[in-house]
Write a protein that binds this ligand. Structure first.
Ligand code: NAD
Length: 299
């Protein structure tokens, strides 16, 4: 029979991910600082405990899905953190999107306790988390990849080994920087076309059969009414929050600065998403940049 898997952070992504572990027959032991987010999982049979140390006391495989770097540091190294109780030989997988330098620090601290750390951030969003179709980008010791894969395939369709610890985060940060730039580009292009008198559906169709085509134009179009089943058709609710995108662009900037890499469009995208957060878009899906660009629309 399968042994208990720990899960810490039952938010928009973590909750459906933990549910998929249960579905695959893994007993789950979980915790979240926000008790309300534990209820549903408890009803589904998961054991809920007070803090990460108690998770580590019982489970020797633990997945964390937390908002950002400070939360991961707290959950690993805090007074009731995982590392207070971690068992030798445990496998700790962090799927949060955080600074790769923090992943490396957590790996060193985990290794000191005789356990293994891997970074395994995801792409795919809440829909893919629910349907078990996430893509995991995994960094860490290659010999441990098979053990991580066993759990991650319960929650994802693609599990890709990227290299040493931190490289999963690197892949994730690069993807999201391009996604942010592409979404802003698509939004300003669609807006210009509309002002030039083009029907937005027709313009999207033409872009999608031409060289301007991208994921933001053909799968996640930001213009209300162009596509069904995307946040732009639903007041930009759900999806991937502008605040989380701003965080990921900030991570891209930090890593670019550390490596002296020019990322002019990534930098501008970061500023645009930060301005949006300050103007009330923080909780809306990041495709709402289309609406933001139209705020000056003249009647
Ligand atoms: P979320 O804010 O919905 O969930 C995070 C959860 O962590 C919350 O329930 C919170 O209470 C809990 N938490 C925070 N600090 C804690 C602590 N010290 N101990 C225990 N629990 C704690 O965030 P999310 O949307 O689930 O995203 C999680 C991560 O995944 C982020 O890094 C995000 O960038 C990344 N991500 C999100 C999406 C998406 O579409 N939402 C897609 C890909 C990647």
């Amino acid at each position: 029979s399968k042994t208990q898997v720990g899960f810490i952070g039952l938010g928009n992504m973590g909750k459906p991910m933990a549910k998929n572990l249960l579905k695959h027959g893994y007993p789950v032991i979980a915790t979240d600082v926000f008790p309300e987010s534990c209820k549903e999982l408890q009803e589904l049979g998961a054991q809920i405990v007070d803090n990460p140390a108690e998770v580590a006391d019982q489970a020797d495989r633990i997945v964390t899905m937390l908002p950002s770097s400070p939360n991961v540091i707290e959950v690993y190294t805090g007074p009731n953190g995982i590392l207070k109780k971690v068992k030798k030989g445990s496998l700790l997988i962090d799927s949060s999107t955080i600074d790769p330098a923090v992943s490396k620090e957590m790996a060193v601290a985990t290794e000191k306790m005789g356990a293994v750390f891997m970074d395994a951030p995801v792409s795919g969003g809440v829909g893919a988390a629910s349907s078990g179709k996430l893509t995991f980008m995994v960094g860490g010791v290659e010999e441990e990849f098979t053990a991580a894969q066993e759990l991650l395939t319960c929650m994802g369709a693609n599990v890709v080994y990227c290299g040493a610890v931190g490289t999963g985060q690197a892949a994730k940060i690069c993807n999201n920087m391009l996604l942010a730039i592409g979404m802003i580009g698509t939004s300003e292009t669609m807006n210009l076309g509309i002002r030039l008198g083009l029907d937005p559906k027709l313009l999207a169709k033409i872009l999608n059969m031409s060289s301007g085509r991208c994921w933001s134009s053909d799968t996640y179009n930001p213009v209300p009414g162009v596509m069904e089943g995307v946040p732009s058709g639903n007041g930009y609710q759900g999806g991937f929050g502008t605040q989380l995108m701003a965080k990921d662009l900030g991570l891209a900037q930090t890593t670019a600065t550390n490596t002296k890499t020019p990322v002019p469009l990534g930098s501008l995208a970061h500023q645009i998403y930060r301005m949006m957060c300050a103007r009330g878009y923080a909780g809306k899906d990041f495709s709402s940049v289309f609406q933001f660009l139209r705020e000056d629309e003249e009647e």
